[in-house]
Design a protein around this ligand. Structure first.
Ligand SMILES: Cc1cc2nc3c(=O)[nH]c(=O)nc-3n(C[C@H](O)[C@H](O)[C@H](O)COP(=O)(O)OP(=O)(O)OC[C@H]3O[C@@H](n4cnc5c(N)ncnc54)[C@H](O)[C@@H]3O)c2cc1C
Length: 387
């Protein structure tokens, strides 16, 4: 594969070792506790240079292209739970791309450099209780007061929200039209007026903490704005390209592993005098799913190759995210089915994969939102349709 060279394989091996030595031995405990120690884990990742693969060298990053992020996302898929990879992906590919690209040097010095080093944990604050799919409908406002913004509102379902030090926050800074009135502001989460209102209890991704955050008269300097005022929506849409590609890439190995575990389990599990796997309906279905995962991989690699080449890959990244979400539901459901009663047990890995990967069709833009974007870009969306 021309996209990947020896350097990619070195990153692959480093991430794989990290997952095996630093994540998997603790995953059961973190899942039980409903949280993993983000600062501790991120510091170790930062020391290995893994939190800034694609970030500028002048702020401590490695200055590599996006294909390295994809390799890292793929290898994180070997983690026995989706929670830690999700939290890591938020740090590397969801809350920092816009800051790295559009942030002032001073802002990058204050927030990007320590996030790359693993000294700060970041989060991305877009969704609100009344605005998830419809990002333009967010209601949090930032009003100018002297050199500051005074922020009021709240953010919902914020990954890392309980432990994060800062949140890349989408806010309304004017009364302009919804796509032109938004700005992106870094909010330190220890600022007066920030309340981590509650840790949300989830069906999956249990080791990743998710919070509801209230913002009441939170004062942050205007210099904490990322890029230009009024460009927040656009920057978030750009940032979504990386988030969505990352999300799709992170599922590939996890789905492959789920299929392999199902092969292993059904090979030794007997019913009606033969192994479950020996039923054609079972091994054909697993082969079909493996084929689909290869197709997902091809789509992710193609989008990555074009993105690295400087193209806008909104269409392909949306397709990859859509395909990954849909396929995760198929793989999770079929594999759990072939595990029978064992699959229904909370203790089984397949059950966790089924629960964790269900997020892929919802988080970071639901399947229907991806379909809307694809239709818009293919010119099939009727005029005045919602997305
Ligand atoms: C575990 C978890 C972690 C998350 N982490 C973060 C985070 O770190 N930061 C952040 O900002 N957000 C985060 N989110 C929020 C996530 O991005 C939103 O949940 C998602 O965008 C969907 O928004 P919603 O939940 O408001 O669904 P809604 O907008 O209420 O939509 C509900 C459903 O309606 C359907 N739908 C929506 N629009 C259309 C349409 N046009 N046509 C047809 N059907 C449609 C979809 O099936 C959708 O799932 C997280 C969510 C979860 C569950």
């Amino acid at each position: 594969m021309t996209l990947f060279k020896d350097e990619h394989e070195m990153i692959r091996a480093t991430v794989r070792r990290f997952v095996e030595n630093e994540l998997n031995p603790h995953v059961e405990q973190w899942e039980r506790e409903g949280m993993f120690p983000a600062h501790e884990v991120f510091k170790k990742l930062g020391d290995l240079g893994l939190l800034g693969l694609t970030k500028p060298e002048e702020f401590g990053g490695a200055g590599l292209d996006y294909s390295f992020s994809v390799v890292m996302a793929e290898e994180l898929g070997h983690c026995d739970a989706g929670g830690p990879p999700l939290a890591i992906g938020v740090q590397t590919d969801m809350c920092t791309p816009a800051l790295a690209r559009f942030g002032s040097d001073a802002l990058r010095e204050e927030f990007l450099r320590p996030s790359i080093a693993g000294d700060l944990v970041g989060s991305i604050g877009v969704s609100e209780t009344q605005a998830g799919s419809d990002v333009a409908a967010i209601e949090t406002t930032a009003r100018k007061d002297g050199d500051d913004y005074v922020i009021n509102g709240g953010k919902m379902w914020i990954t890392n929200g309980i432990q994060a030090d800062w949140m890349c926050t989408l806010v309304n800074t004017s009364d302009e039209k919804p796509h032109k009135n938004k700005s992106m502001v870094v909010v330190p989460l220890d600022a007066p007026g920030v309340e981590r209102a509650r840790k949300l209890d989830k069906m999956g991704m249990r080791s990743s903490d998710t919070a509801q955050i209230f913002l009441e008269d939170v004062r942050v300097p205007q210099r904490y704005r990322v890029g230009e005022e009024g460009q927040g929506f656009l920057m978030q849409m750009l940032q979504f390209q990386e988030e969505r590609l990352w999300g799709a890439a992170s599922l590939i190995k996890s789905l492959e592993n789920g299929i392999q575990e199902t092969v292993d389990y059904t090979r030794q599990r007997k019913a009606f005098g033969r192994s479950i796997l020996d039923n054609q309906v079972v091994h054909y279905r697993l082969a079909e799913l493996s084929t689909e995962v290869e197709a997902l991989r091809a789509l992710v690699y193609r989008a990555t190759e074009l993105y690295v080449g400087g193209e806008d890959v909104t269409r392909l990244a949306s397709m990859a995210k859509l395909k990954a979400g849909r396929l995760a539901r198929e793989v999770g459901d079929s594999c759990l089915q072939y595990f029978g009663g064992m699959g229904y047990m909370l203790e089984s890995k397949i059950c966790r994969m089924f629960r964790d990967s269900r997020l892929a069709s919802i988080g970071g833009g639901a399947d229907e939102v991806m379909l809307g974007i694809i239709c818009k870009l293919e010119g099939t969306m009727p005029p005045r349709a919602m997305i």
